[in-house]
Design a protein around this ligand. Structure first.
Ligand SMILES: Nc1ncnc2c1ncn2[C@@H]1O[C@H](COP(=O)(O)OP(=O)(O)OP(=O)(O)O)[C@@H](O)[C@H]1O
Ligand SMILES: [Mg+2]
Length: 287
């Protein structure tokens, strides 16, 4: 049974009994969202969640259906295309990073609970507006794990499609390990195939619907790295971007320059999170 407070206090009991909490919070004030139980009979989707405090709501099922469910394509085909794009366009040093998600992130401490809540809030926000999120903290704290969690949840909530020019296409999401991208670029100086692949990854990073840039600051500090980050940040000025880094904001500015970093601030206000007070999980068995 949901808690009767604020705006919900005005609703009749029969309606309240038919409402439920689910696993999302309001991006404005972090209140748990409520929604009608069951499914919308026209779209077969869950009802939109609403904040009982400020009235913010998720897109209504009919809007989501209109936006995200092209009749001519099946969900399965879209999902397949999205994953194929992710695999082809991503650049990784280790495929195990793709094992992280919201469900297998353990929250034994308050700090971890807050980190998970933050990641869910970023993802919810991204469904309605452009978000630039920066996850900062020491090694092994779960930044990459939660960045990948945001990525999977976004793909699922978008139903693997993106509305484009009055039509629909498969959602495009990329994960780029920046140190690996810079290393590959160096190898590409003597190898045409590698160079072509790096060029194509960078071209896709400019246009994809969501890009994760992992481990900013850990790459070789070369002119190429600086220029690449500047190109990426410029191209993604109005597109979703999630960055993980060990560098604090002053260190980011001194490494990449004020101009590049301030471009992130437009859609970045309130979207950064510090993974302090969280232990290093590398080598620790998390149960
Ligand atoms: N709360 C958690 N629950 C479950 N697994 C976790 C948790 N935190 C971290 N891990 C796991 O610990 C390992 C290290 O986490 P992750 O790679 O996300 O760290 P990171 O903060 O990105 O570190 P780095 O700065 O070195 O890249 C991963 O295997 C990840 O899945
Ligand atoms: Mg990491």
């Amino acid at each position: 049974m949901i808690e009767v407070s604020g705006l919900l206090g005005n609703l009749p009991d029969a309606m309240l009994n038919n409402m439920e909490y689910f696993d999302k919070r309001c991006p404005n004030d972090n209140e748990p969202l409520v929604r009608m139980k069951g499914f919308d009979k026209f779209t077969g989707r869950t009802f939109a969640g609403m904040c009982p405090k400020c009235f913010w709501h998720e897109p209504f099922p009919s809007e989501r259906a209109k936006k995200n469910t092209p009749e001519q394509f099946t969900l399965k085909a879209m999902k397949n295309d999205t994953f194929t794009y992710l695999e082809r366009s991503s650049i990784l040093s280790d495929t195990s990073v793709f094992n992280g998600n919201f469900n297998n992130y353990c929250t034994k401490t308050q700090a971890e609970k807050r980190a998970l809540e933050y990641a869910k809030k970023v993802e919810t926000k991204m469904l309605n507006e452009t978000v630039h999120a920066v996850m900062v903290g020491g090694t092994g704290r779960g930044k990459t794990h939660l960045a990948v969690g945001i990525m999977y949840q976004y793909m699922e909530d978008m139903n693997y499609v993106f509305p484009a020019k009055g039509n629909y296409r498969a959602l495009r999401v990329i994960f780029a390990d920046l140190p690996e991208l810079v290393d590959q670029a160096k190898l590409g100086m003597n190898n045409e195939d590698i160079r072509k692949n790096v060029d194509s990854v960078i071209a896709n990073i400019k246009t994809a619907d969501l890009v994760i840039i992992d481990d900013l600051g850990a790459e070789r500090q070369t002119d190429f790295a600086l220029a690449t980050l500047d190109t990426i940040v410029r191209a993604r000025e109005n597109k979703n971007l999630v960055i993980t880094t060990n560098l604090k904001s002053a260190e980011l500015v001194s490494a990449y320059g004020d101009r590049t970093i301030s471009r992130l601030s437009h859609h970045g206000v309130g979207n950064s999170f510090s993974f302090k007070n969280i232990e290093d999980h590398r080598g620790v068995k998390v149960i």
